[in-house]
Design a protein around this ligand. Structure first.
Ligand SMILES: O=C(O)CCC(=O)C(=O)O
Length: 378
């Protein structure tokens, strides 16, 4: 690490609440008295061996102020706190590395810059990778997984069109997550289906299993037999849709990120319920997750006065999600497999006819942390 310039000057505001320092290169920084006291680095404050803090926040006096702050001969800062007469030193290096007075609150709904959002035009530049190549080459696997993290979606071609391959692909980067649908599940038209996915009906854009907590981070769908007619797949970037909602109406965006939807799945042996916002934000405002599923959303129970605004926001979000400008459409052939980040990218399919051949897709779930771990190691 580059050595920080020495501290050449220090001043305290009239209340003793804030210390301003000037570095030899002319840069300046401000620190609150309370922040400095909490972050004292001396050996009565931090264990000299492991660096862990030795006091409790509750032990510190209220209304901490600084009595004196002076540059040291070594270029650091000597501080005497007025409230508890604690005296300590900070190096210029440490203060520069931990400076916070230029931190900015980011707008609600900001997206990690390592992600790229997409719309329908991605169909002209599909993130396509070859099964045999990603299996044999670590570089090719890295490129595939990087696309997956950047876009939340990737397509793998020339996979063996054999049952079980989907789990084999998941094991290239992590572990299969078994659910009540099994380790792998067969998506085809069935009599008396436990899920509308197991029919020949169209499925509108959705994320899977929002009724679970946590939801599966990744979904893999592998084509074993294509539909004779219909059955085209599509994906929609939920981050793009949420960003559009925020641009059109920050009020709607706030509604869906503050109030939860209730999601439910029930069959003879399973009853899953989860209540969570459709748009998930970190406390920093970062957009981190989308839950959207028309089939499994159930009656929301919100404060009476919030309900009309919630429905207006829900309808506006649904219209954006269903707009053709966002849907990337493609038809799977036997051996094609796509992966979606199920916390971000929605997927769906067109209705298909079963007269001209049985469509058969096999799917499985996996967790995102395994994929990120494999990518870091690669
Ligand atoms: O049939 C398909 O293409 C997709 C099925 C699906 O959306 C699902 O299993 O979640």
């Amino acid at each position: 690490m580059k050595k920080a310039p020495a501290i050449s000057d220090a001043a305290i505001d009239s209340d003793g609440d804030v210390v301003s320092v000037t570095f030899a290169d002319g840069a300046s920084a401000r620190f609150h008295a309370e922040w400095l006291r909490d972050n004292c680095q001396d050996e009565t404050s931090r264990d000299p061996v492991n660096g862990q803090r030795l006091f409790q926040m509750a032990d510190l006096p209220d209304n901490i102020t600084v009595q004196t702050a002076t540059p040291t001969a070594e270029g650091g800062l000597r501080v005497l706190f007025a409230t508890d007469e604690h005296e300590t030193s900070f190096s210029a290096q440490w203060l520069r590395a931990n400076q916070y007075d230029r931190m900015r609150r980011l707008p609600s709904g900001w997206i990690d810059p390592s992600r790229s959002t997409f719309d329908a035009s991605l169909a002209d530049a599909m993130p396509t990778h070859d099964f045999a190549t990603v299996t044999s080459s670590p570089d090719a696997r890295k490129s595939w997984l990087s696309d997956q993290v950047r876009l939340g979606f990737s397509l793998l071609t020339n996979c063996p069109a054999k049952p079980g391959t989907v789990a084999e692909v998941a094991r290239l980067f992590g572990f299969v997550r078994t659910t009540n649908y099994g380790e792998v599940f067969d998506v085809r038209s069935e009599a008396d289906p436990i899920n509308l996915a197991y029919t020949s009906d169209a499925l509108s854009a959705h994320t899977d299993n929002p009724y679970r907590n946590p939801v599966p981070g990744l979904q893999l769908l592998h084509c074993l037999e294509a539909a004779g007619s219909g059955g085209e797949s599509f994906v929609v970037d939920g981050f793009k849709a949420a960003t559009k909602l925020n641009e059109d109406s920050p009020r709607h965006f706030a509604m869906l990120s503050e109030w939860p939807m209730r999601f439910e799945f029930r069959s003879a042996d399973t009853w899953l319920v989860n209540e969570a916002p459709m748009i998930g934000l970190e406390t920093s405002g970062e957009l981190t997750s989308i839950r959207f599923n028309n089939r499994s959303a159930t009656a929301p129970r919100l404060p009476f006065d919030a309900t009309p605004g919630y429905y207006a926001a829900y309808r506006a979000f649904a219209k954006i999600i269903n707009s053709p400008e966002l849907a990337v459409s493609f038809k799977l052939s036997p051996g094609d497999l796509f992966v979606v980040d199920n916390t971000r990218v929605l997927h769906g399919r067109q209705a298909f006819s079963i007269e001209k051949g049985a469509r058969h897709i096999q799917g499985c779930y996996a967790d995102l942390d395994g994929l990120h771990s494999t990518l870091r190691l690669l």
